[in-house]
Design a protein around this ligand. Structure first.
Ligand code: ATP
Ligand code: MG
Length: 561
């Protein structure tokens, strides 16, 4: 459930909006989230979604979902579908759904008008020549020899570009701004290029496609966007954005504001690079639980509430936004703490035999599904003669301060009795195969007489436990910035060189019977172990499959321990 508090962190964009509302500049704000459907959304997009939809929600405004689909070769319907699902799953509803490609006719008409106004021309320079003419940061560009074509000639050539008379790349339509502008983006930017590619929505209708800056500014204006929020790399494009909206016949003028991109350490926030992980088979798909995609994080067990909390925590500003994975995990953990019921699982079992177990004298107790949410109910924790406990809750030679089980030592079974380890049975190789323990029947719900037993361990009755597959995930990369490591020659190394070979482990584990009755995407805390979720696709009642979402504490260094 959304509430306004979730978006009420202070930042400069909110200040601007409040001023604009107070001054009456706008009666209502309108934002948009404009992904290009060339891949699945990632954690960086989650930040932008929470910003755009969150501001609209906070100020009773509107937010559109707009697909910026002007690069047909990389875009697809699959991505469109996935993006819509992700935005909805994060908890947001768009006002209108648009595709930049729905504006192709209008964009074309605006381009014609710019030509008629003497503000655009058809250029024959090829990409190489155009680069030479463009100049550099310190050197002004030169006018193209085609810049002074007549309006009629430009109209004729542009029409013939559209009807497919010229080969790909042979001509472009450029704005006539200023080849000496200090801002290179203003040096007669290209607004149309010839590309013979099938478009996932407009098919083969067009062989010319509009460029991003032109399309984006006009799409914003057509949709009556008031605040157009984008990441900082577009700051230098803002003069062009303003130029376009000022020079077309549209009376409303959206404004662009830039904030810094989120960068998550030990991760990748680029659709193109994530695509490489998928196509090269380094992961099992865009929604692999190790992926920083929204769908991957969902499958991993991250929740919309947790991701929204994370977005709020990382904040909006113009300064660098490099965030440690620990910040993301603690937001996820924090939301799951109160939302996830508990159950017991034993991931790495050894057997315990309760030597004095006695049906008549040994009592089983109920255990609450949540320590402080009684409405979640409770369930029976049945004892039986043999139990599974976690192998690492026993030590033959305990280190200093050890509070768990040890030969001759005592420990409490969670929700049950204190037991004492009387005998350790080992196989011929010395591996511990069974612990024979004695129940102190006088310790149910009360402290043992005359001594302190500090340790509490979790356990499952072997008669009742059900088997499950548990997938443990670790970070996907071994270095903080896998896409920014340079080799000795100063060149960037391939980020796939830094994949963690041990990022997933699948184990057989024991869980409580309730595990057989869950829905996909059910979130549970396995007591003492972490938060887990039933796998969206692979979970069945016959074979429950759980994914580890996050450990209980920040154990980045050693998540397998
Ligand atoms: P990518 O390189 O992953 O494709 P992009 O910026 O090209 O990123 P778009 O689909 O164009 O992706 O992005 C849609 C919106 O999401 C844009 O407004 C963009 O600024 C924002 N966005 C993308 N990545 C991040 C990020 N890492 N942090 C914050 N916002 C982001
Ligand atoms: Mg992009």
């Amino acid at each position: 459930m959304l509430n306004k508090d979730q978006f009420a962190d202070n930042h400069f964009i909110r200040t601007i909006i409040e001023e604009d509302l107070a001054s009456g500049k706008y009666a209502r704000i309108q934002t948009r989230f404009p992904p290009e459907p060339n891949g699945y959304l990632h954690i960086g997009h989650a930040k932008s979604i929470c910003l755009n939809f969150g501001l609209a929600y906070l100020y009773d405004g509107l937010c559109n979902l707009r697909f910026d689909d002007t690069n047909p070769e990389k875009e697809s319907e699959e991505y469109v579908r996935a993006i819509k699902e992700d935005v909805q799953w994060l908890g947001f509803h768009w006002h209108e759904e648009h595709f930049a490609s729905d504006y192709f006719d209008q964009l074309y008409a605006f381009a014609l008008q710019l030509i008629r106004d003497g503000k655009a021309y058809v250029d024959d320079l090829d990409a190489e020549e155009m680069r030479e003419y463009r100049g550099t940061l310190t050197q002004a560009g030169k006018n193209s020899p085609y810049r002074e074509r007549s309006i009629d000639e430009n109209l004729d050539l542009f029409e013939r570009m559209r009807t497919g008379e010229f080969p790909d790349g042979s001509k472009t339509l450029r704005l006539k701004i200023d080849m000496a502008a200090g801002n290179i983006n203003m040096r007669d930017p290209v607004i149309y290029r010839i590309r013979r590619v099938h478009h996932h929505r407009t098919g083969d209708k067009w062989v010319i496609y509009p460029m991003y800056d032109f399309t984006h500014a006009i799409s914003d204006a057509l949709e009556h966007i008031t605040h157009s929020l984008c990441t900082l790399e577009f700051e230098a494009h803002r003069p062009l954005y303003d130029w376009v909206v000022d020079n077309i016949a549209i009376d409303n003028h959206p404004h662009q504001y830039e904030f810094s991109r989120l960068e998550l350490l030990y991760s990748i926030t680029s659709k193109r690079k994530l695509n490489q992980l998928v196509t090269q088979g380094h992961v099992q798909g865009w929604d692999d639980p190790r992926m920083p995609t929204i769908s991957g994080m969902r499958r991993r067990g991250y929740t919309p509430e947790g991701l929204r909390l994370f977005a709020k925590r990382v904040g909006i500003s113009k300064s660098e936004n490099v965030v440690d994975m620990g910040v993301l995990e603690s937001a996820i953990r924090e939301e799951l703490e109160h939302a996830a019921p508990r159950m017991i699982a034993v991931l790495n079992p050894i057997k315990v035999e309760l030597v004095n177990y006695d049906e008549a004298a040994t009592e089983s107790r109920m255990a609450p599904f949540h320590p402080n949410q009684p409405e979640m109910g409770e369930r029976m924790m049945p004892l039986s003669k043999t139990l599974y406990i976690e192998a690492n809750d026993f030590a033959m030679e305990p280190p200093k301060g050890w509070q768990r089980l040890t030969p001759g030592g005592e420990v409490r079974l969670r929700y049950s009795y204190v037991i004492k380890c009387e005998e350790v049975v080992q196989d011929s190789s010395g591996r511990v195969v069974l612990l024979k323990c004695r129940i102190d029947h006088d310790t149910l719900g009360k402290k043992p007489e005359g001594r302190k037993v500090k340790g509490v361990i979790h356990w499952l009755s072997t008669d009742h436990a059900v088997s499950a597959t548990v997938r443990l995930y670790d970070r996907l990369f071994t270095v903080e910035r896998p896409d920014a490591v340079r080799g000795e020659d100063g060149q960037y190394l391939d980020f796939t060189d830094f994949l963690n070979g041990d990022s997933m482990t699948e184990i057989d584990a024991w869980v409580e019977p309730v595990a057989k009755t869950l829905a996909p995407e059910a979130h549970y805390q396995f007591e003492r172990l972490g938060y887990f979720v039933t796998d969206r696709y692979d979970y069945t009642a016959e074979k429950p499959v759980f994914n580890r979402t996050v450990t209980l504490r920040d154990t980045w260094q050693n998540t397998h321990k």
